[in-house]
Design a protein around this ligand. Structure first.
Ligand code: SF4
Ligand code: SF4
Length: 396
């Protein structure tokens, strides 16, 4: 296992982190015996960063991790877990969630604590206004939590606003070879690093899509250059090639995935990809991009939309549907466009004012394309379902 040092606090973190959101499960219930064994085996092989969240596996993930880390394993690892901001209407909600988390995780200290899935600056402002950040600082003073961070899904512009709005101890972003210029992207990674903020990467393989949904043409190219490298290995090596990345989280569901990823993590180092390998990624990306519906590069020049549409975010979710044969595309779209945030940024919010099109270097007919996005990604039942979810969660 290779390790990288957290530049803020000196923690020596395994470059592979275990994401506990896709543990082996049967009929929605985690296969406890198997998951605990996978976690403990990974610790024996050097993994020391475990990422969970209040909501993973419907609340079972934290409890499972707490059980897996009994018998002396807790002392060998760092635990990361997350507070869901959309469930926090007042500070007391956050306090109750935290108590539950400590109990489930069977610990008196959470090493890395994140605001979960910030999608825009308004979400962070709301947490700050409710006193959540001050409360977290108190907890840090008492060593109940050790590091305060956030995970992010939103536009590059919002990432920049959030990352500069608070002296974060770390952040977590979606990053992989297809998302080099999407969401926080490479520029966000470099910005966080330049501010001295460690970066944890999530979705390194787009939830397995860069393993299971690749066009055959792409698989052949990978095989021709390194027959022994799997698509997962290609994807992970691309991320670890970036020295700015501290930990890559993989949501592992099988023993083989754990073993294969650990093997890759014991070989991959930064700035090690050859020119030929980098050319392979360029070629693969170009093939994938051919399948893409809207040639948006996520440059963000069209932003902000005065009516709150996350234009590059809409196009990214739309493209994924066709590129990766994404089955859960409406859920992914809802998540990426902040369905549960204060101001969702759906394509259907476009009033066709046309301002954005004046700035698009790709000359995309943004209004026309957003109509297509809304038709495909939202459909008839989308808004009522999202509206009902927001009502249940009391989101205004
Ligand atoms: S055309 Fe639509 S997306 Fe573009 S700025 Fe106007 S409302 Fe926003
Ligand atoms: S300006 Fe054009 S290419 Fe850039 S993010 Fe907006 S739609 Fe995409």
């Amino acid at each position: 296992m290779n390790y990288r040092i957290n530049q803020k606090n000196g923690d020596k973190l395994s470059i592979l982190g275990f994401g506990c959101m896709r543990l082996p499960a049967k009929a929605g219930i985690i296969d406890e015996k198997r998951a605990i064994k996978m976690i403990r085996d990974s610790i024996k092989k050097g993994v020391n960063y475990f990422d969970t969240a209040y909501i993973y596996h419907g609340g079972q993930s934290e409890s499972l991790l707490g059980k897996a880390l009994r018998d002396g394993y807790r002392q060998k690892v760092k635990i990361a877990t997350k507070l869901p901001p959309y469930m926090v209407k007042k500070l007391d909600n956050a306090k109750k969630i935290m108590l539950t988390q400590l109990e489930k995780l069977n610990t008196d200290c959470i090493d890395y604590y994140l605001l979960h899935m910030l999608t825009d600056k308004a979400m962070f402002d709301k947490m700050a206004d409710l006193g959540v950040m001050e409360w977290l600082e108190d907890l840090k003073g008492q060593e109940t939590i050790k590091n305060i961070g956030f995970s992010f899904h939103g536009s590059r512009q919002d990432f920049e606003l959030i990352v500069k709005a608070y002296p974060w101890d770390f952040c977590q972003i979606q990053y992989n070879y297809l998302d080099e210029n999407n969401q926080a992207g490479l520029s966000g990674l470099k910005l966080a690093h330049s501010l001295g903020i460690p970066v944890i990467v999530m979705e390194p393989l787009r939830g397995g899509k860069l393993v299971n949904n690749l066009p055959k043409e792409v698989l052949k190219i990978f095989e021709r250059v390194h027959p022994q490298w799997t698509p997962a290995e290609w994807g992970l090596r691309w991320i670890w090639n970036h020295k700015e990345v501290n930990v890559v989280l993989s949501g592992m569901s099988t023993e083989d995935q754990v073993n294969d990823n650990i093997e890759t993590a014991s070989q991959a180092v930064s700035d090690s990809l050859t020119n030929q390998e980098i050319e392979v990624f360029d070629l693969v990306k170009s093939i994938i991009n051919e399948r893409i519906k809207v040639p948006c590069t996520a440059c963000g020049y069209c932003m902000p939309c005065p009516h709150g549409v996350n234009i590059p975010g809409c196009f990214a979710a739309y493209n994924d549907k066709f590129l990766l044969d994404e089955k859960m595309y409406r859920w992914k779209y809802a998540q990426a466009l902040g369905a549960l945030s204060a101001e969702p940024a759906f394509a259907s919010k476009c009033v066709e004012c046309g301002r954005c099109e004046l700035h698009c270097p790709q000359n995309i007919e943004i209004r026309k394309e957003l109509k297509a996005v809304a038709k495909t990604m939202e459909g008839v039942f989308f808004r009522p379902v999202v509206g009902a979810a927001r009502k249940i969660l009391k989101i205004r």
